[in-house]
Design a protein around this ligand. Structure first.
Ligand SMILES: [Zn+2]
Length: 473
């Protein structure tokens, strides 16, 4: 999924947002909502550790999209992403942007449990609760509202991290809490349950998972899962949801293999040492079904890779690939390990076969191009970048790869021009301005490029001005 970010036909800074608390949603237009969501996501990217692992991104988007397509507003666009944080949390921003913490995924015991949290967040969006929750952002300019909502979420997510560019608003604002009402929560459960059942997950896993979270909070005390603070779970709410879940026919929903593999992968990205991970996965190699054991072997392979033991990792992955050639995660891991090892030709052949088998997959394309750049094949990289369809261009990695290719070709004006876009889409607008100025001073500038640079400079500056206005509130 591509994020269209920079190509809005109007200057976002001119728009004063209407009162977003309107539950009918008539006051904020779909275009404004989209622009607000994208601006929010740029802010979040610069403040939270968002996973850019293509396998993880693809999984969370596909399960999220599957549930959203069974929601009461299947037309609404959603973008799901994973925050690499051990805290158990999930949150919804404007424009259908929904973040799920890796800690929540790792603490789910079935895919239906994970799905139930996603369904609950989707319902907050489709029922337009989030606009009331983010009351503080009403009637601000668009970039200011986006920064404010991002600050609220970052403050909830990681209180010690909720500083940065927006500290002034945080200090000055009393309304820095996500404020879902009890009615909102009940409605999100009820509407979420319907989507969950329609998407063929087990509705009973929603009350079960919420109850587990609540029990965990009794043990942890102040260290309770963040999810419980933003979505207060009471015993009566669990009882209500259980009663409702039991009206659905009993359904056993098997975990997908992708869910197991992604969990294994997320575990290796956490704080555990490679040695501890190896012990963890080795202990589980002979437990459960064949598919469960394969997921543990995959985790073990990634743990060896984390330990820089690429030979053992590759051997395991090749075995897994042979036993299940359809599973892309084995092949893509082999490709990445080869590239990391400096075996660019081997990696290239893996990427080419992935691209042949999955021509629609944009992240395999981008990874293949990144491998070409590491092999210093800038012309081929640039050729392939130019073949990427427009709809998939507005992506941080795309801009980074363009900048790197031009860097190798010593075209510094273009190097800085695309670094500017990279910094902008990742929420670092001041750095983007510095890059534009470097591009303007660089050799190789021409009339056409100069006009683009001036245009982008004004656009970025207007956003900074809007944020300054916010700090003065
Ligand atoms: Zn909620």
């Amino acid at each position: 999924l591509a994020l269209s970010v920079s190509s809005l036909a109007y200057s976002a800074n001119d728009i004063k947002l209407p009162d977003m608390g309107d539950s009918t949603g008539t006051l904020i237009s779909p275009l404004q909502e989209k622009a607000l969501g994208e601006s929010f996501f740029r802010n979040i990217q610069s403040q939270l550790p968002i996973s850019n692992d293509p396998d993880i991104q693809q999984y969370i988007q596909s399960i999220g999209q599957h549930i959203a397509s069974h929601s009461d507003n299947p037309q609404q666009a959603f973008y799901f992403f994973v925050v690499l944080s051990q805290d158990i949390n999930a949150f919804a921003g404007p424009g259908g942007f929904i973040g799920i913490n890796s800690g929540l995924i790792l603490n789910s015991e079935s895919e239906s449990e994970l799905a139930s949290v996603i369904a609950h967040e989707i319902a907050h969006v489709t029922q337009r609760h989030i606009y009331r929750a983010y009351e503080a952002a009403n009637r601000m300019t668009l970039p200011a509202a986006a920064a404010m909502i991002a600050a609220i979420i970052v403050a909830t997510q990681a209180p010690e991290m909720g500083i940065g560019a927006v500290s002034a608003i945080q200090a000055g604002s009393a309304q820095m809490q996500i404020n879902f009402t009890r009615d909102n929560e009940q409605e999100a459960d009820r509407v979420g349950l319907q989507s969950l059942a329609r998407a063929n997950f087990d509705p009973r896993s929603m009350p079960a998972f919420f109850e587990k979270l609540q029990q965990a909070s009794r043990y942890y005390g102040t260290g309770a899962p963040e999810f419980l603070r933003t979505h207060p779970i009471t015993s009566s709410r669990i009882a209500d949801t259980r009663g409702r879940a039991e009206t659905y026919p009993y359904r056993q929903s098997a975990d997908s293999q992708m869910y197991r593999l992604i969990k294994a992968k997320l575990r290796t990205l956490g704080p555990s040492s490679a040695d501890d991970l190896i012990v963890f996965f080795e202990k589980r190699l002979s437990i459960g079904t064949q598919k469960q054991r394969e997921a543990m072997q995959y985790g073990l392979a990634l743990s060896y890779a984390k330990k820089q033991n690429t030979e053992q990792a590759s051997t395991l992955l090749k075995k897994l690939h042979q036993s299940d050639p359809q599973q892309t995660l084995y092949l893509s891991s082999l490709a990445r390990i080869s590239s990391l090892n400096g075996d660019f030709t081997v990696a290239d052949s893996y990427y080419q076969s992935l691209q042949t088998d999955y021509p629609e997959n944009q992240s395999f394309k981008r990874e293949g191009i990144a491998n070409l750049i590491k092999a210093k094949k800038a012309q081929r990289a640039l050729q392939q970048l130019k073949a990427i369809p427009y709809a998939f261009q507005h992506h941080s990695q795309y801009y980074l790869l363009l900048a790197q290719s031009y860097g190798l070709l010593k075209k510094t004006a273009y190097l800085h021009r695309y670094m500017a876009e990279y910094y902008y889409v990742t929420g670092q607008t001041s750095t983007a301005i510095m890059q534009i100025k470097l591009a303007q001073q660089a050799k190789g500038n021409n009339f056409y490029l100069a006009a683009i640079l001036e245009d982008r400079l004004q656009f970025f500056k207007a956003e900074i001005t809007a944020l300054k206005h916010l700090e003065n509130l």
